[in-house]
Design a protein around this ligand. Structure first.
Ligand SMILES: [Zn+2]
Length: 273
């Protein structure tokens, strides 16, 4: 049953979650209640991540059901890059035409797991970079254990006019600085709350300018560790905990972090206030 989710009237904190995998079977059945809890937590807009043609269609269709609250990305993740073909590209183009699809991606390189071969990943990524220049849409980028190849591919695209965000950034300060200097923004997930795996990122966050940061849960993955999650999955209602961690690292208030990151996300993705 479709329920209309009312937008938040909370004046103190407005957050935008730039990455939620609603197509995941872990959270798909709970979409309506997840959206209600998100709004109650001050989340005013969410990007549903498109990681394959099928997931992108689902993300876009879901966004149409919740105008102003949900937006979508459409693209092919490096894991599914082996499926890339001219017909996939053509089908994605019909999604990029839709107004609720505000970014191209998730696309990039992931040499950590190599679910698709590096060569297939580079082919799909190159095509989507070219599309971002052509379509003048921001990129929703994924880079894991592939900095050198990723940077070498993304740099000429940015010089040609592409812009976007390196989502779920988990690298060190020098990689963050390179992306920021190039003109890309940085997405921060609950990884920043992980005191074991997240140390390099925690240092990096201190050096990334606040006007280049975006907040994201990447739900259902990466539940924030500074918060006792009551559910077996992460969800956008947990986004304030990521804002909290960023605020502590930057010695700012949560409200300052929330309002600037929300401004950044509105600007990058053209999300109306
Ligand atoms: Zn990703």
């Amino acid at each position: 049953m479709l329920r209309t989710i009312r937008l938040s009237s909370q004046p103190d904190m407005h957050l935008i979650d730039i990455g939620v995998n609603f197509h995941s079977s872990q959270i798909a059945p709970h979409t309506d209640t997840i959206l209600e809890r998100a709004v109650a937590a001050g989340v005013v807009a969410i990007l549903a991540t498109g990681t394959s043609l099928d997931a992108s269609r689902k993300a876009s269709d879901l966004a149409r059901l919740h105008p102003r609250l949900l937006f979508a990305t459409a693209g092919t993740h490096p894991h599914t890059a082996r499926d890339w073909s001219p017909s996939v590209r053509q089908s994605l183009e019909s999604l990029w035409e839709r107004p609720e699809v505000v970014a191209i991606g998730e696309c990039g390189l992931d040499y950590n797991r190599n679910f698709s071969t590096p060569a297939d990943q580079r082919k799909a990524f190159a095509d989507q970079l070219e599309a971002a220049v052509l379509w003048k849409k921001p990129l929703f980028l994924h880079c894991r254990d592939a900095f050198e190849d990723f940077y070498a591919m993304v740099e000429p695209a940015v010089r040609a006019g592409a812009h976007g965000v390196v989502h779920c950034f988990t690298g060190a300060a020098d990689e963050a600085a390179a992306f920021v200097e190039l003109g890309l923004d940085i997405g921060i997930t609950g990884w920043v709350t992980d005191l074991k795996r997240g140390q390099a990122l925690r240092e990096a966050v201190q050096a990334i300018p606040l006007d280049r940061l975006h907040l994201e849960t990447d739900a259902p993955y990466l539940g924030p560790k500074n918060h006792k999650n009551r559910r077996p999955y992460n969800e956008p209602a947990n986004l304030p905990w990521i804002a909290q961690a960023v605020a502590e690292l930057k010695a700012l208030t949560v409200a300052e972090v929330a309002s600037q990151c929300t401004r950044n996300s509105r600007r990058l993705f053209g999300i109306p206030a």
